[in-house]
Design a protein around this ligand. Structure first.
Ligand code: ADP
Length: 479
């Protein structure tokens, strides 16, 4: 089996969120199974990895313009990666960030067409092409409308990591891909005829669609969770499956993690976490303290309820605890609110993406607060468990599928692993955190809960198996 991921992110070299971890984890699991896997990624200017050119002159299209590109090959851990480097006057990927530019749709429309042009001209014929979210969704319509007629016979699988971002664009944007707009109107039109929706195109044209947890699969078929695409997703039920993301348990392993001060496992977590807590305090300028250390790691955007994270930090302070917030945000008001909070000597806030600080924070912390409005899967709660940090989460999406409340879950007592609340409001946070603080006062009960969390298995094995079943089934249907 030969699988190619076409993606905008790949951990750890190009990461904006969980999508990067999933491409990395799934590609490695595929390789471990003995299959052939490659990842096609833009050659972002910030990638500082050794690479060699494999194709100097790959010509592709931007509307009527022919553009020259170079293709490089690299290896990330043990995953073969192909980096596409357009010599485009728009300097599409010679920029410091992955997303966040006014021409993002043009950048990824160009990349989608270029990826297929590369596969076609290099005669690389995978059994399955695996696409991820809106940035590479257009590969599916391009493939069906333009490359099948040229003789390509690959199957396409699209994973929806977050339905909120859909790549809405104008007819001018999409016509630059070379697709015939007349044909696309009914399949890719957004709310009005002048607008197109790249993710909708991916959903309509892909052979199979997955999303990142079983609960999110149900939620996206409802008006509340479907972001305008619920009817289409319900109609596509036959080719839709929710598969819980895994985490790479080699990479996220407190017993070997090179970013930690001290390694530890399920037997030594008390002393191990304590040593890492001291190291984190030193690094962040926090003094010693006896209260719980609460953390938040993630993008501070409305999906993640930053105002409730703020509230949880304040509440933790009132209990004599300390907090660390590690997160980027595009919102100046959110930044200002957390900056103000960080004036307290028991709060440390860091607005950068910092991999090493994230690892140390998971290892040092007692509690992680995740009050999301919606959460397709969420990785931070699974990583937190593995590092002995107890998640306090709002019950939604993948958080519902992974965190089982110590008091209210239907699971056997020894499989419960955290605290949950139903509604994303202060009363919900109060209810969960008050119970957490109470349990924290009882060291033996607390240690039992930490240990149970560390024993949970969220590795890729089971999830990868579900993906392989889809790959094999789709391959068997190859025309
Ligand atoms: P999302 O994909 O919605 O951003 P996830 O929980 O699925 O959220 O994945 C977030 C991933 O990004 C985790 O691996 C987390 O450790 C990491 N992460 C988020 N923010 C930061 C940050 N500021 N510094 C380092 N890692 C971060």
């Amino acid at each position: 089996m030969h699988v190619i991921h076409i993606a905008s992110e790949l951990a750890p070299i190009a990461k904006a969120g969980g999508l990067a971890d999933v491409v990395f984890g799934l590609a490695r699991a595929t390789k471990k199974k003995g299959h052939s896997v490659q990842v096609i990624l833009p050659k972002y200017e910030f990638l500082k990895i050794p690479c060699t050119p494999v194709m100097q002159d790959l010509w592709s299209y931007d509307g009527a313009d022919q553009i020259r590109n170079t293709v490089w090959s690299a290896v990330v851990q043990d995953i073969p990666v192909l980096l596409l480097d357009p010599h485009h006057p728009g300097q599409f990927f010679n920029r410091p960030m992955i997303y966040g530019y006014p021409d993002d749709v043009d950048r990824f429309i160009y990349f989608s067409r270029l990826s297929l042009e590369f596969l076609f001209k290099s005669q690389n014929r995978p059994d399955v092409v695996h696409l991820h979210d809106w940035p590479t969704s257009l590969v599916a319509p391009l493939y069906k409308e333009m490359y099948i007629p040229l003789g390509m016979r690959t199957k396409t699988v699209l994973t929806i990591h977050n339905l909120q971002h859909q790549g809405v664009c104008s007819s001018q944007n999409i016509s630059r891909s070379g697709l015939n707009l007349e044909k696309l109107i009914s399949k890719m039109q957004h709310t009005s005829p002048q607008y197109f929706n790249l993710l909708k195109g991916g959903i309509t044209y892909s052979d199979f669609i997955t999303t990142v947890s079983p609960t999110y699969e149900k939620e996206i078929q409802t008006v509340e969770g479907g972001c305008g695409l619920h009817s289409l997703l319900s109609e596509s039920q036959q080719k839709l499956q929710g598969i819980l993301n895994g985490i790479d348990t080699d990479y996220w392993n407190p017993a070997t993690d090179p970013f930690l001060k001290t390694h530890y496992d399920q037997k030594t977590f008390k002393s191990g976490k304590s040593a890492n807590r001291m190291a984190l305090r030193k690094r962040c300028g926090l003094k010693n303290s006896k209260g719980p250390l609460l953390c938040s790691i993630g993008r501070l955007v409305s999906q993640k309820s930053p105002e409730l994270i703020h509230y949880a930090v304040e509440k933790n302070l009132s209990q004599g605890g300390q907090s660390i917030v590690l997160g980027t945000t595009p919102h100046p008001d959110v930044r200002a609110a957390f900056e103000k909070l960080s004036q307290n000597e028991n709060v440390f806030v860091h607005f950068e993406y910092d991999e090493s600080l994230a690892h140390l924070t998971y290892a040092a912390s007692d509690l992680m607060i995740i009050p999301s409005l919606f959460e397709p899967c969420g990785l931070t709660q699974m990583i937190a468990l593995r590092y002995g940090c107890v998640p306090v989460v709002r019950k939604t999406g993948g958080l519902s599928d992974t965190i089982f409340d110590i008091d209210t879950s239907q699971k056997p007592a020894n499989e419960r692993n955290g605290f949950t609340f139903d509604f994303p409001d202060r009363a919900g946070v109060d209810w969960a955190l008050d119970r957490a603080f109470k349990l924290y006062q009882n060291p033996s009960d607390w240690s039992r809960l930490v240990k149970q969390g560390m024993e949970c298995n969220f590795g890729w094995d089971q999830s990868a198996e579900a993906y392989f079943n889809i790959y094999v089934r789709e391959k068997a249907f190859r025309i």
